[in-house]
Structures are given as C-alpha cells and as structure tokens.
Design a protein around this ligand. Structure first.
Ligand code: BGC
Length: 717
C-alpha cells in the first residue's frame, strides 16, 4: 500500500479552516501559480542541513529519501532506455519478485536510431514516460547516447550509433516525448563511456576537438534542445579525473557553458571522493557500494560542511537542482500525469520502431519480399529464431509483457498453408548434429530464413564487457555457408550489432539487419519479409568489412582497449564513416545505407540563400518514388569543405528527412542549414569557427550513394 504524504503545513491549513480558525496560508512552494524558481527557493529555505543532505544521495538502490514534513515524496529512479525495468530489491541487484512490474519492451536504441525518424523517437519516449508514471517512477535512466567508437563496445546496442548529428536528433525527440509525461529523462553516460572494458577506471585521453565535435554534441542537444532535466556521469575518467566528479565536464562545460539547470547524478558506484563530488558538479549520488549514510555525499559531506571545510553554498546548489527537477516534473502538484501501461498504442510504437528500424542490406534479384502463396515449405534456421532478448543486456533489460520471437511472427504471417520446419542449427555448446539437421531442413525447403547473429550473453552485446572480436559466434560463419550450399535461396537475418560477414555475404541473396527489435519484433520482421512493410531503416553506423579496418583498431592497444589504464583516441575526429571516407577504405556497408522494395529518384537540387542569421542556406530537392510499392526514403545531406584550414572529415551529416511516398508520388524536400553546419571546433581559439570557403552540399540515399551535389560559398561573417 502506498502512504499518501501530506505536507504538515497543508494539514495545518486544512485543520484550521475546518475548525474555523484563521487559515494558514499555502506555502509558496505549494502554490502552482508561483514560478518554478521561487517555489524551489522557498522550499530550499525551509530545509535543515540534514534534510538537504538526504536529498542528494540514495536511500536504496533506486530511490532517495522522502521528507514528510514538507510532502517531499520518495523519488523513484529506474532504467532505462528500452522501457521501464523490473523493480529490484531495495539493497541488492536481485529482482524484487513483483508481479506488477512488466513493461512494454521497445527495440534497442540502435534500432530506434536506424529508423532515422525523430518523431518515432518522440513516440517511444512518450510511451515509456507513460509507463514510468503508471509504475510510479520519477526519473528514467535513458536515453544512452555514447558514440559507437569501436564495434566491440558491449553497449553499442543501447546507444544511437556513430554520428553526432543523428544521435542528437534522435535523443532530442525521445527526451521531449518522455518528459511530456511529467517524468525526467536522464541522458547518459556523460561522457566518453565508449567501451565497457575497464569501464570503472579507464582514463580517456581525447583531443579537445574530437571531444567537442564527436562525443559531446548529443549531450549538448539533450540539454539545449531536449531540455533534459537529469544527466548521468560516466564511470570512466577523462584526462585523469572520474567523469562523475569531473570539474571540466560538469562545472565548466555542462553547467557554465551550456547552462544546464537540472541535476547530475552518478552512475551506480561511479562516485569516488567526497571533496571531488562536492566541488566538481555532482548533485545526486547513486549506487555507491557502501551503507547509504556513508555515501560520499552523506555523512562524510555533512562532516566537512559542519567543520567549515566545504562551503554551504555548494550544498544549496545541489539541493536546488534536485528540487528544480521535482517541480519541473510536477511532483508536488495535484494534476501530475498518472500514465498508462502496455496500451495498444504502446505496442504499436514498439512495432513501428522495429518495422522502420530493420535494415535491408542485400536483396539480389528481388529475393524479398516473399510471397507466401507461392511457397510450400519454409526452413527457419537459427537459435535467434526462438530466443528472447528483451530481458537481456543488463541494466537496459526489460521484463516484457510478452515477446513475439521471429519464428512465431513468421509462422503466424505465413499462414496455415505453408509448412514450416524449424531447426536450431547452432547453440552455444551445440554439436555437429545440430548443423546436420539444419542442412537437411534447408534441402527440404523452398526457401530458408536463417535467423542468427549475436545475443545478450556476457561478452557479446552486454553491459560490463566488450566483445573480443567482430565474428559471428558459435560457428555461424561455417553454418551459413553450408546452408546456402544446400539451398541457395537462403535469406539471412541478423540480430544484434555488427559482425564480419565476408565468409558468406557474397553467397546469400538477401540480408536483413534486425538488431534487437523488442517485444513486437517477430511481427515486424514477418511484415518486412512478406512485404506488408517496405523496409526503410538505414544504418546508424558503418559496418566495416573487418575489425582491423575500424579506426579504433588501427592504432594498436593504446588506442583500444587501452594500456596501463589509459585509452588514447588516436583517430581523433575520424570516427565511423568520417574515417572510412577520409581514408578511402571500403566498408562492408556504409553509414546511412539501407535498401527498399521500391526505388527513389532525386532531382532538381536548388540551394536557396537564407537570412544569413538563422538559416545560412536551404537545400531544396525533389524525391520521387519510381517503383511499384509505397515506401519511405531517408534523404541525407552531407557537407564537404573544399579547402579547410585544418583537417576536416571528407564529409559530415548535417541534415536528413524521412519521406513517405506512394508509387509515383513526388515530394519537395527542404533541409535548412544553420551556421553550425559549416563549423568546426578550433582547439587554438577554443571556439567554433567556420572558414570563409567553398562547401559542397551532397544529397543522397546513404553516405556513399550521393545523388545530387552543388557548391556553396560561405560568406564572411
Ligand atoms: C549502468 C547505468 C544504469 C545503472 C543503474 C549502471 O551499471 O551503467 O546505465 O542506469 O547501472 O542500473
């Protein structure tokens, strides 16, 4: 049962009016007509030192203490980016064993990014926000926006890809949606948590320019465009100081430069020292492996405040930020949204994100879509056809209401007339007999749908460790080759993040990248396979042919995974396609790539000068669906600088738009560019600058399929 906490002053006031006494006035902090800041200041002024301290650290794994005399409720935090995580016990990581903590399981972050549809980001955030409120949560620990620097990072599946512009656009939509539900999002992990290897200690050395241009933009967008109310520090160090107590990141950049007004919390057990936490910008300490009173920002901080070794103003500022988030999310207000759980609309969002996020990577001779009426026997092969993923991956795992696996989705869609043979094919510790049975199934079928890839086992797509290579596990390379030899009509569907494919890619006619598609994933995949949905996903990260081509792997161990506790980002700015394009390395599949069952024609590029203030120039062009089925295209705009004063990547994404077109339909697309689209960060000047130079505006269907181009001269400012 929940206890309703009524502030003492309100009780007094009620009692006074009932008893006919002079009514005590509602305190300003409870008065919704007052400004947020005056409510914060009023409540702050009423708190004792001890009460203030209780606000800035946890009192269980995922809560902070209530202060009942002011009606400050216990705050509930929860993971994470893909839905509302199951509740765990107050002091352990074990499940609380509840039966009312199921949630809609959304596709993983990288699948959302592959939709290139910020409106879907909004819908997903909104749905999770509603479920979070229905579960009584206050702060949701997501989205995760760390840049995919190496294919090996164990948490790439949770994040939004390799490009700062795409991650920014996608996370802003998500945050706005989630926060519209009286929930605070908590963007994470600030910053440079680009690997899980030694994540709690590793020290990152990165150039200021790469920091500003690659690793910080999504966080800045979350703050300045998304209006995010909470931010989580990262476990790792930057330049010798832990990120949860990093003066440069938290005080100088986040709060002073970007004007962040919300709260900074530690990652769980990411705080290390009372003085550093006190002085360097941490506002809420969570998850430290100590008794709650012994947290760095609990008794030890109180002691230093009482002895005068640390200034009281620092504490007030932390409390102020915590209170601000409470008032912004209407914690004290009668009309706070109460949410809803696993509605049909939430399921539809989960399905649409999967439908739009699945990427068609290869489709020779129109192998796809399949026509169920023309096929008699399907062989479905692969452990991922039946494996459930939603609960895995660690903190982002979800106790799903249900999860449609690919086999169930396909069987349902194919209908009763089709004979389906399922064969597992491989297993973690499987023997040769599994492969033999799968080959026999392949021979007996008209078509094979192979569903493999990675999973959330430790050491694959999972928190706490990185992969050690980019291979398909469990002998799948050899298995796929045998299956395609037995039946050339083999469609490969890979779940998880990127893997090397050279062993078999040339032999299979069709390939789909399905990531972790959430609880509606099997239905979404079946719709794509049978053409009810025309695929429109585009890769949010480059797929290298081999790991050794990827920038973080080129410079040896000091650049990844680090030596003697330090990792040096030797590739600098050249992350993802910025590296492959600048160094002329052929990727397996380029950034922004994804096929459709229809074709699109791009024409009539016009560069229209803007007002020179807000918009510098607008690229306008036409897209036409020239095929026979409806579909969506993500038109991408890249900027190339002709004669840069400093090294610049060959091209950089600066705009995109997803357009839905019926067969034969045309649409004019306008992508406005601001000054920022031409700027780079000048280390020497410590500011963003744009050269007075010529730029090429490149429009295309992927970063390597550019259809239109024109030159633009940036006028002197
Ligand atoms: C993860 C965070 C997560 C937190 C709470 C940490 O291990 O890095 O992303 O929000 O745990 O579960």
């Amino acid at each position: 049962m929940k206890t309703l906490l009524i502030p003492a002053v309100v009780v007094l006031s009620l009692c006074a009016s009932v008893c006919g006494l002079r009514a005590v006035e509602t305190p300003p902090y409870m008065d919704v007509s007052q400004s947020l800041e005056s409510r914060v200041e009023d409540l702050l002024s009423r708190l004792t030192l001890e009460e203030k301290i209780s606000i800035i650290h946890a009192d269980s794994k995922f809560t902070t203490a209530a202060i009942s005399r002011f009606g400050i409720p216990r705050r509930w935090l929860d993971d994470g980016p893909h839905g509302v995580r199951e509740d765990i016990g107050p002091d352990t990581w074990q499940s609380a064993g509840r039966t009312d903590d199921f949630s809609t399981a959304m596709p993983s972050g990288i699948c959302l990014a592959a939709t290139w549809n910020p409106e879907l980001g909004f819908s997903e955030g909104e749905a999770i926000g509603q479920e979070a409120r229905a579960r009584g949560k206050d702060i949701m620990l997501g989205p995760g926006v760390n840049i995919l620097r190496t294919p090996l990072c164990g948490r790439n599946f949770e994040y939004l890809g390799e490009d700062p512009f795409l991650t920014s656009q996608m996370c802003v939509g998500y945050i706005r949606g989630e926060q519209s539900q009286d929930i605070s999002s908590c963007v994470k992990h600030f910053a440079l948590n680009n690997q899980e290897f030694e994540r709690g200690t590793i020290n990152v050395e990165v150039s200021e320019r790469a920091l500003r241009e690659i690793y910080l933009p999504a966080f800045k967008a979350a703050v300045q465009s998304g209006g995010v109310w909470s931010l989580m520090g990262a476990y790792n160090q930057l330049r010798g100081q832990h990120c949860c107590e990093n003066d440069y990141l938290l005080n100088k950049i986040l709060k002073d430069e970007w004007g962040f007004k919300g709260l900074v919390m530690s990652d769980w057990d990411g705080a290390h020292d009372t003085r550093e936490c006190a002085l360097n910008g941490l506002d809420l300490e969570m998850g430290t492996e100590k008794k709650y009173d012994d947290f760095y920002l609990a008794q030890p901080y109180l002691d230093l405040l009482k002895s005068g070794e640390l200034p009281p103003g620092g504490l007030d500022e932390k409390v102020r930020r915590n209170l601000r988030v409470m008032f912004a999310t209407h914690v004290f207000d009668a009309g706070r949204k109460t949410g809803s759980i696993n509605t049909a609309a939430h399921e539809a969002v989960a399905r649409r994100v999967a439908e739009e996020g699945i990427v068609l990577l290869k489709n020779e001779s129109h192998t796809l879509p399949l026509d169920a009426t023309k096929l008699k026997t399907f062989a479905i092969i692969g452990e991922n056809a039946t494996r459930l993923h939603a609960h895995g991956g660690d903190s982002s795992g979800i106790k799903a209401f249900y999860e449609i696996n690919p086999l169930d989705g396909i069987v349902k869609r194919a209908g009763e007339k089709v004979n389906v043979i399922y064969s597992e094919g491989y297993q973690k510790n499987g023997g040769a007999d599994l492969a033999e049975r799968a080959i026999a199934a392949a021979k007996a079928a008209d078509v094979v749908i192979y569903i493999g890839g990675l999973n959330h086992d430790k050491g694959l797509d999972c928190e706490g460790a990185d992969r050690t290579n980019m291979n398909l596990p469990y002998g799948q390379d050899a298995l796929i080759q045998k299956i395609v030899a037995a039946n050339p009509k083999t469609i490969v569907v890979l779940e998880g993040t990127m893997v090397e494919m050279d062993a078999w890619l040339g032999k299979v006619p069709a390939l789909l990248q399905a990531w972790y598609p959430g609880m509606e994933g099997g239905n979404a995949l079946a719709k794509v396979l049978f053409g009810d949905v025309n695929p429109s996903g585009k890769l949010p990260a480059t797929f290298p042919k081999k790991l050794s081509d990827s920038p973080a792997s080129v410079f040896g161990a000091y650049a990844y995974p680090g030596t003697n506790g330090t990792v040096t980002y030797a590739e600098g700015l050249l992350v993802g396609y910025r590296w492959f394009d600048t160094k002329n390395i052929e990727p397996q599949f380029p950034f922004g790539f994804g096929l459709s069952y229809t074709t699109f024609k791009y024409s009539y590029l016009k560069l229209i000068p803007g007002d020179g203030m807000n918009e510098i120039v607008t690229a306008q062009f036409e897209i036409e669906n020239t095929g026979k089925v409806a579909g969506a295209e993500v038109a991408q705009l890249y900027v190339h600088q002709k004669n840069p004063a400093l090294l610049r990547p060959e091209k950089e994404l600066k705009g995109f738009q997803k357009v839905f077109l019926k067969p034969g339909e045309k649409q004019m697309v306008s992508i406005p560019l601001k000054q920022a689209a031409f700027e780079y960060y000048d280390d020497g000047k410590k500011s963003w600058v744009a050269d007075n130079d010529s730029f090429e505006i490149l429009i295309g269907s992927s970063s390597r399929d550019l259809r239109l181009r024109d030159n633009f001269k940036l006028a002197e400012k």
